[in-house]
Design a protein around this ligand. Structure first.
Ligand SMILES: O=C(O)CCC(=O)C(=O)O
Ligand SMILES: [Fe+2]
Length: 384
């Protein structure tokens, strides 16, 4: 959206008010983005309507009316339920949690990072477009996104507003400053995919920026990886379940927005109906270690800005085995690249990995690709 198209004088004359002007093109883009992001909440465009809010309306995004009582709901959620609290530990203990594949929360890992808030992020990169998910290619510029977030009929009404979820910021010159604004905390084990360039391995780093009520519904992180999530500003509520849980019992496949999930399941969690869970509130400066294979949901209880990396961890043999299996199943062309590299650069891990199920077959394929004269390193099958 160009500032020149803004004819709303009230907004222009009061710069402290967020600009919420959206033209028809913006509304149409937002409608497309919402449709791609949550196809199950799709509402067709009412082409007969001349009112753009009615024409591009997405009523299912506010079907639970959470925005109305949000203050009270957020207040209730800001007192985590007793039970398995996520343990707060110092950096030296992280590897022991990686070995046991358990979650923990580590304070003070971000003191050297460039400060950032949801709002400063939106204004710093206002002209640039970002992604809102890895599931589709739709992008939106942050001026339009900011107008959506602050609009009384849109972001301020949605049960779980759109949030920025972008893994490709490290690939462009314009957003390189984001990659330069933080550093991987050294307490996490070395990623076994390290050294393979971004774009040739599965996505591994994301900016997570969203307003209160946004978040990430119940999910398991991709390809058997661990993750760390560092919060710079805001407040996040986490629930994590052990990797042994029956995923049907916690609505993993239902794609429920996290604000809705917590609202519908709070009493069940409290009554122990969902079994063992780990819960914590994450505050600025704190980092959560997410163990591989653990289903979890995260809800922003305030406007939040966070950075997360997923990493391939070799600290726990069973976790490593599961991750290798998932790489073979889901990212076959990357498996070839990774195994070749492991063989050349990390004999110790390679000795463990080479005997795992399916690995020998991939290596044979890679060897015969090489003897064909085809260079699989140039295979740009495009893992993004
Ligand atoms: O903070 C969030 O919304 C989600 C964090 C997370 O679990 C993820 O990015 O996989
Ligand atoms: Fe996650």
């Amino acid at each position: 959206m160009s500032a020149l198209t803004n004819t709303n004088d009230d907004v222009v004359n009061h710069p402290i008010l967020p600009n919420t002007y959206l033209d028809e093109e913006d509304m149409s883009l937002l409608h497309d983005l919402k449709a791609a992001e949550r196809p199950h909440l799709f509402t067709p465009i009412v082409s007969s309507s001349s009112n753009q809010f009615e024409k591009y309306d997405t009523p299912l995004w506010r079907r639970h009316n959470l925005a109305q009582d949000w203050e009270a709901i957020a207040e209730k959620f800001s007192e985590p339920l007793p039970g398995n609290r996520v343990e707060i530990v110092d950096a030296e203990l992280v590897s022991s949690y990686e070995k046991q594949n358990l979650p923990c929360l580590i304070p003070n890992l971000t003191s050297t990072w460039t400060p950032q808030t949801f709002t400063t992020f939106l204004s710093t990169y206002s002209d640039l477009s970002f992604r809102f998910s890895d599931q589709h290619g739709s992008m939106l510029d942050l001026t339009t996104y900011s107008a959506y977030v602050n609009h009384p009929l849109l972001g301020l009404m949605d049960d779980s507003p759109l949030a920025i979820y972008d893994s490709e910021f490290n690939l462009t010159e314009a957003t390189k400053s984001i990659a330069d604004s933080y550093a991987v905390p050294p307490c996490f084990s070395k990623c076994l995919w390290e050294g393979i360039e971004a774009g040739r391995k599965p996505p591994f780093q994301w900016i997570l920026a969203g307003p209160t009520r946004s978040g990430t519904g119940m999910h398991i992180d991709p390809v058997g990886t661990n993750a760390w999530v560092s919060l710079l500003r805001g407040l996040k509520l986490w629930v994590l379940f052990p990797d042994t849980i029956d995923v049907d019992s916690i609505g993993l496949v239902e794609k429920i927005e996290s604000s809705v999930w917590f609202t519908q399941n709070w009493e069940k969690l409290k009554a122990g109906e969902l079994g063992q869970f780990h819960m914590c509130l994450q505050r600025p400066g704190e980092t959560v270690l997410v163990p591989a294979g653990w289903p979890h949901a995260v809800l922003n209880l305030a406007d939040s800005y966070a950075i997360t990396h997923n990493y391939a961890c070799g600290e726990n043999f069973e976790v490593l085995k599961r991750m290798v299996g998932e790489v073979i199943k889901e990212e076959r062309s990357f498996a070839k690249i990774w195994f070749k590299r492991l063989k050349e650069t990390d004999r110790e891990v390679w000795e463990k990995v080479k005997v795992m199920e399916g690995v020998g077959k991939i290596v044979e394929e890679e060897d015969s690709d090489d003897s064909d004269g085809s260079d699989s390193d140039n295979d740009d099958s495009g893992i993004h």
